[in-house]
Design a protein around this ligand. Structure first.
Ligand code: FA5
Length: 348
């Protein structure tokens, strides 16, 4: 018959070994063997405990307490190890390797596109200068995009090689608007002067693409009509806008130009910020980049919309949004904005 000393020694041996043996069990099968060894009916604890029957009442109490403590600890460790083994087996089934408790490397956060930001920035400057914001359809008819804007019927911009035509609706020839200027016509036809608004949006042209030209791009139309506006107001508004947008005064060129819907007409260039005037791809080595077209609204456009040009006058402008973004961010090729290349877009 084993004495209480021997039983306690056997329990101490179990106590000193079970934890390391559990840690060594790396699979459910190995942990099952470990459980059988320590907690099974024929396991070490059961056989030690069954040998306690012959002990005296006092010894049984003391040894029984030690045995129960060890048994509880072994059972608790079993539950803990079972969870760890199950989760590592689950991750292995999913093909996950490594320490899943490490902090993640981080998922890149989404953000607005730099062209959208530029549109917003341009709009907010004009809003601060007292302009409201108007909108117009991207699928237009010939009347709003061309005829009402004083384009003669045979104007080259109306050719198929310059304009994307879509299916006609009734007798109306429909097209993708080639500029934001048709919003001028829609505003004058549906409202009463004075007007002072911008119209930001997307426009389409059937043309060859290069570093400074795209077939889909963005413009911000500006339109101001009242009974006293003159060319000096237009120049002042544009100079203030350009200074606010770039955060400094830049060398600006107002070049005489021609648009059927303005008279006089100008094109506005700034010294190229990508190359500081030295010449580069963005400015086609000219040192200047054309950012917008503008002018005083042609009397024919006013009268086409029912306004008396002897009473009403005004100015209009059309800003190339991509060109402004290129200048601000030093981007020498417009096509980069459309590639959705994360390394490029992540810089802004
Ligand atoms: C027009 O579109 C006129 N509607 C602008 C206007 C409005 C003049 C009101 C007078 C009064 P233009 O074709 O020049 O003009 O285009 C205006 C600006 O859009 C250009 O200065 C340029 O910055 C930009 N732009 C023109 N073509 C492209 C293109 N293919 N890709 C990217 N930007 C372009």
């Amino acid at each position: 018959m084993p004495e209480s000393k021997e039983i306690v020694a056997a329990l101490e041996k179990i106590k000193s070994e079970y934890a390391a043996a559990a840690k060594a069990a790396k699979s459910s099968a190995e942990l099952g063997d470990w459980k059988a060894k320590y907690l099974g009916k024929k396991g070490e604890l059961s056989s030690v405990m069954s040998s306690m029957g012959a002990l005296g009442a006092e010894d049984k109490k003391v040894v029984g307490r030690i045995a129960n403590e060890i048994k509880s600890a072994v059972e608790a460790l079993y539950e803990e190890q079972l969870e760890a083994v199950h989760s590592s087996e689950y991750l292995a089934r999913l093909g996950v390797v490594g320490d899943v408790t490490l902090p993640s490397v981080g998922v890149p956060r989404g953000r607005t596109h730099p062209l959208y930001d530029t549109l917003e920035e341009i709009s907010s400057i004009f809003i601060s200068l007292g302009f409201s914001v108007a909108d117009g359809p991207e699928i237009e008819d010939d009347y709003h995009n061309f005829a009402a804007l004083n384009f003669p019927d045979a104007h080259p911009a109306k050719e198929m090689q310059d304009t994307f035509y879509v299916s006609s609706v009734g007798d109306k020839e429909m097209l993708l608007r080639t500029h934001t200027s048709p919003v001028q016509i829609r505003a004058m036809k549906s409202g009463k002067p004075p007007f002072k608004f911008i119209a930001p949006g997307r426009v389409y042209r059937h043309e060859a693409i290069d570093a400074a030209h795209s077939y889909v791009f963005h413009q911000v139309e500006g339109f101001c009509v009242d009974n006293k506006t003159n060319l000096a107001d237009l120049k002042t508004v544009l100079e203030m806008f350009i200074e606010k947008y770039f955060g400094k005064r830049l060398p600006i060129r107002f070049r005489p130009s021609y648009f059927p819907f303005t008279e006089p007409s100008v094109e506005v260039d700034v010294e190229c910020l990508v190359c500081s005037g030295a010449g580069c791809k963005a400015c086609k080595n000219s040192g200047y980049i054309e950012l917008l077209g503008a002018g005083m609204i042609h009397p024919n456009v006013l009268s086409n919309c029912g306004l008396d040009p002897n009473i009403w006058q005004g100015y209009a402008f059309g800003i190339g949004v991509e060109r402004f973004a290129m200048q601000k961010y030093g981007v020498d090729d417009m096509r980069l904005f459309y590639k959705n290349e994360m390394r490029f877009l992540g810089q802004f």
